[in-house]
Design a protein around this ligand. Structure first.
Ligand code: PMP
Ligand code: GLU
Length: 403
């Protein structure tokens, strides 16, 4: 007979789930800071910029105007129209408001889509390195994550040939981000067209294209796989306001998809959260219809910081780096430190190393294990130049202790 413990009272679904490592490391960093340590937090991926003033003003006006009621579940018509216009302008996607569902962050958008499409046992191909939550969301939907590894030779990007090889009769969807969290890799139009050709040949397969870092692109060229005519009805384009508009806490994300998929997401969201915050939707509308100058300014600052961080990482013995072309993460290979020790602590994994750095010199990062990349750690460079310089000085000093 099993004994009653709190754990076995929880559902099998919950027990199978891992905690988000990005959020767990950030929580630990906050705890150390509360104890009075001078912590530099480079674990959570969020812009260090303020939400632009015109967006804040729109929210204040919405409050004063009494815009405080439930909105339609998939979002206000004006916001969905604004999003449809943006998707046409920037991404060459032909959507009307009925193709758009606005959610409480892109996180909910992706969860909605997976819960709508995936049956128990369905396989979802996830490109690795991947964003931590993809695997867990597929598990929540009772699907089977199928990991396909991008190789360092191909800048961590999975090729069309690898996708073709991974497809089985149970494959339901392919899920990836470009620009990629955590590697910063950006798929080219050519690479995405090749993947689209494979998808076109496999009629049961959907693509969930997470484009949340679209505006944080140092190459300046974003391509949406959903614009390829042969597969456009099977691509769900995910985007949101957290990164490009510096609005992480406002919680607004969205999808553009075929009407029946949008209707399914509307149905599921209607039973779980309803429409996201009415005030945040007014703010998002001001963002999506407003000037994009500040997004360009933010990206210029991230580019400067990327160059700074990559240069400083290159100066640390035993650390190998790729040059991220988008997003705001450095993803150095630190495998030469695995197996080394200091004062009785042995580093057995990238997660151990991230924890050692946090405890020793109070800089938080995230071990690559959680991203399907056990040789790497992720360092966000969405922080001030001063903090980045100081953090990298501390990391170098800390790693030198490991023998
Ligand atoms: N996708 C990726 C790749 C991300 O890094 C994030 C970051 N949180 C999200 C989706 C979700 O963003 P949000 O829920 O804040 O819109
Ligand atoms: N997406 C960000 C990250 O990867 C925010 C934290 C989260 O939601 O996981 O750090």
């Amino acid at each position: 007979m099993t004994t009653m413990t709190e754990t076995n009272l929880l559902s099998a679904r919950l027990n199978a789930l891992s905690e988000s490592e990005t959020l767990a490391m950030t929580k630990k960093a906050r705890e150390l800071a509360l104890q009075g340590h001078k912590v530099i937090s480079l674990s959570v991926g969020e812009p260090d910029f303020q939400t632009p003033q015109h967006i804040k003003d729109a929210a204040k006006k919405a409050i004063d105007d009494g815009f405080s009621f439930y909105t339609p579940v998939p979002g206000t018509l004006e916001l969905r129209q604004g999003i449809a216009a943006k998707l046409k302008r920037d991404n060459n996607l032909d959507f009307g408001p009925e193709n758009i569902v606005v959610s409480t962050g892109a996180k909910q958008s992706i969860a909605n889509v997976l819960l709508c499409l995936v049956d128990p046992g369905d396989e979802v191909i996830i490109f690795a390195p991947y964003w931590v939550s993809y695997i867990e969301m597929v598990k929540l939907a009772e699907g089977t994550p199928v990991i396909v590894n991008g190789t360092i030779e191909n800048d961590f990007k999975v090729t069309a040939a690898q996708v073709q090889k991974a497809i089985t009769p149970r494959t339901k969807a392919i899920l990836f981000s470009s620009p990629c969290n955590p590697t910063g890799s950006v798929f080219s139009e050519k690479e995405l067209r090749e993947i689209a050709e494979v998808v076109a040949k496999n009629e049961r397969v959907f693509v969930i294209a997470d484009e949340i870092y679209e505006y944080i692109n140092y190459e300046g060229k974003h391509f949406s796989i959903g614009s390829v005519p042969a597969i456009k009805d099977r691509v769900i384009t995910v985007n949101g306001f957290s990164k490009g508009y510096a609005m992480t806490g406002w919680r607004v994300g969205y999808i553009g998809a075929a009407k029946w998929i949008a209707a399914a997401c509307d149905k599921i969201q209607g039973q779980v959260t309803s429409g996201t915050c009415s005030i945040a939707q007014k703010a998002a509308y001001a963002g999506i219809t407003g000037d994009l100058g500040f997004a360009k300014e933010m990206t210029a600052a991230y580019l400067r910081r990327r160059n700074l961080v990559i240069d400083l990482l290159k100066q640390i013995p035993g650390v190998k780096v790729n040059v991220p072309q988008g997003a705001f993460y450095a993803f150095p290979d630190i495998s030469s430190y695995i197996g080394k020790s200091h004062n009785g602590t042995t580093i057995k994994s990238a997660g151990d190393l991230a924890m050692f750095i946090l405890n020793d010199v109070h800089v938080s990062s995230v071990g690559g294990d959680a991203f399907g990349a056990p040789n790497n750690i992720r360092i966000s460079f969405a922080a001030s130049d001063e903090n980045l310089k100081e953090a990298l000085r501390r990391i170098k000093e800390c790693l030198a202790k490991l023998k």
